[in-house]
Design a binder for this molecule. Structure first.
Ligand SMILES: O=P(O)(O)OC[C@H]1O[C@H](OP(=O)(O)OP(=O)(O)O)[C@H](O)[C@@H]1O
Ligand SMILES: NC(=O)CC[C@H](N)C(=O)O
Ligand code: SF4
Ligand SMILES: [Mg+2]
Length: 475
């Protein structure tokens, strides 16, 4: 447990552009703004009514898509993806968009989320002659479309989406149209925006997070609804509800950690939710102190809320090296031990002799917290209190977040007091589940998935092995 420096893994980001003379570049810019959702691989597919081009690579968006590469992606339509794998290896083979040639023509897909009823569908499709190019779950959706007996493409898509269970915010493209859809529970965000063109039809865009719209100067129009399938052609935008009556369970962890504070997801600004989480945390578990210090980046907004509510000053007592990725994963043990130090460094003159409240969004394995508490104390802090802006993470995610298995989740196997002792903090407190839900309630009175804090999953299909607690004595 002590030396395992793996932290949370990000998710995927998706984008789609319809009706722009340089769709590839627009997709590139949007993916740049969605880089925080996945840094393993990225890809852009474009269509010009005749062909469907597709370029993918391992690594970061800006490294893969140089001017020369973008020039090879002609067309007024594009879809794009940044990946962090949840099903299938992290390999070029599984990078997205995935393009499949079928009797219904060429189809490309980009998917954020994770399907939970794969096994039986894949076997059935293979028996029916499907030839899978990848080992990722996302290809199942296109193979289902390709093998559907429905008469039209839209019916085939609706048919396919009704058969898969789990989390999916997807964008798809054929030679002449774009589709966007969300699973019936609306686990992952997906918004629709518009770039108004005074001289011609507007450009329609879809993106996982609205921060991508700002870079394109697109105006947010609405969210794609859970269970909705939107189609964009040269004739305009049409939509159908392929599924109804399933209760919404959007991922609350998007508000806690994943999404950027400058995005509006599930009808609510992430900044506002995190600010409220911090304020509520201060109300629930205040402690006398001299300074609030966030664990950057994800702890910053909640720390500002905590400071505003408690009246205790806020300052950046930890500085983050921005050239280290969001999650520092290094295969070599020697370098992993060094990981948190490479990423964060204390500002000694702010911390010396002070009672510090550190604010972070989550403790997964406890590695980061333990090292940071030590670091702050070594920099001269008199007391170190840790406050976490969500409840203890006790169960893994099956819906597109790569949290470790239950036996590696520190809160699944230890009490708060045991964790406090392990991370060597003077006090430790988490936000309550009620407090978190209140902080994320917007005008739409959202309903969320909170399974990683409760172990109660909104879908039937989860991997039972993964949710069993650690065997006694295995710690
Ligand atoms: O308990 P652990 O397993 O150590 O993981 C928890 C840490 O991981 C995440 O940060 P991360 O480094 O992923 O990224 P950030 O810079 O976006 O906050 C999270 O915000 C915690 O700080
Ligand atoms: N994090 C995600 O959304 C991943 C998408 C898909 N399940 C994959 O593994 O490629
Ligand atoms: S289990 Fe947690 S991370 Fe996964 S969808 Fe539910 S709330 Fe989000
Ligand atoms: Mg963090």
């Amino acid at each position: 447990m002590e030396d395992d420096a793996d932290t949370l893994h990000e998710e995927c980001g998706v984008v789609a552009i319809h009706g722009h003379p340089d769709a590839a570049r627009q997709a590139y810019l949007a993916l740049y703004a969605l880089q925080h959702r996945g840094q393993e691989s990225a890809g852009i597919a474009t269509a010009d009514y005749k062909n469907l081009s597709n370029i993918k690579g391992m690594g970061l968006v800006a490294d893969i898509f140089t001017d020369d590469v973008l020039a090879k992606l002609p067309g007024e339509m594009a879809i794009g993806h940044t990946r962090y794998s949840t099903t299938g290896d992290s390999a070029l083979l599984n990078a997205q968009p995935i393009r499949v040639d079928s009797t219904k023509g060429l189809i490309a897909i980009a998917h954020n989320g994770n399907l939970v009823n794969l096994g039986n569908i894949r076997t059935r499709l293979e028996r029916d002659g499907a030839f899978f190019q990848t080992t990722s779950d996302s290809e199942i959706i296109v193979q289902l479309i390709a093998h559907s007996h429905a008469g039209t493409l839209v019916d085939a898509i609706a048919d396919s989406l009704s058969q898969v269970d789990g989390a999916f915010s997807i964008v798809m493209m054929t030679r002449d149209r774009i589709f966007a859809a969300r699973d019936p529970r609306g686990f992952r965000p997906l918004s629709m925006g518009r770039i108004v063109n005074p001289d011609g039809p507007d450009t329609i865009v879809f993106a996982s997070e609205t921060c991508a719209f700002d870079l394109l100067r697109a105006k947010w129009e609405r969210d794609v609804k859970p269970g909705e399938l939107v189609m964009v052609t040269q004739d305009g935008v049409t939509s159908r509800q392929y599924s109804t009556g399933v209760p919404q369970t959007s991922c609350i962890f998007e508000h806690v950690y994943f999404a950027r504070p400058d995005s509006r997801i599930f009808g609510r600004w992430v900044q506002e939710s995190r600010d409220q989480m911090g304020r509520q945390l201060a109300r629930e578990s205040g402690v006398p102190a001299d300074l609030i210090v966030p664990v950057p980046d994800s702890g910053v907004t909640a720390a500002l809320g905590y400071s505003a509510e408690s009246g205790i000053p806020f300052n950046f007592g930890l500085i983050r090296n921005h050239y280290v990725g969001r999650t520092f994963i290094e295969p070599e043990q020697r370098v992993r031990d060094f990981g948190v130090k490479l990423k964060l460094n204390p500002v000694r003159n702010l911390l010396e002799g002070k009672r510090i409240i550190l604010i972070d969004d989550s403790i997964i394995r406890g590695t980061t917290s333990r090292k940071i508490v030590r670091m702050v104390r070594q920099a001269g802090a008199k007391e170190v209190h840790l406050r976490i802006s969500c409840p203890p993470t006790i169960s893994p995610c099956f819906y597109g977040v790569d949290t470790p298995r239950k036996k590696e989740l520190i809160a699944a196997n230890n009490s708060v007091e045991e964790i406090r002792r392990y991370i060597e903090a003077d006090t430790l407190a988490y936000l309550s589940l009620d407090g978190l839900e209140q902080a994320c309630h917007g005008v739409e009175n959202n309903h969320y998935c909170t399974a990683c804090y409760t172990g109660i999953y909104p879908t039937q299909w989860v991997d039972v092995e993964d949710i069993l607690p650690a065997a006694v004595g295995a710690r």
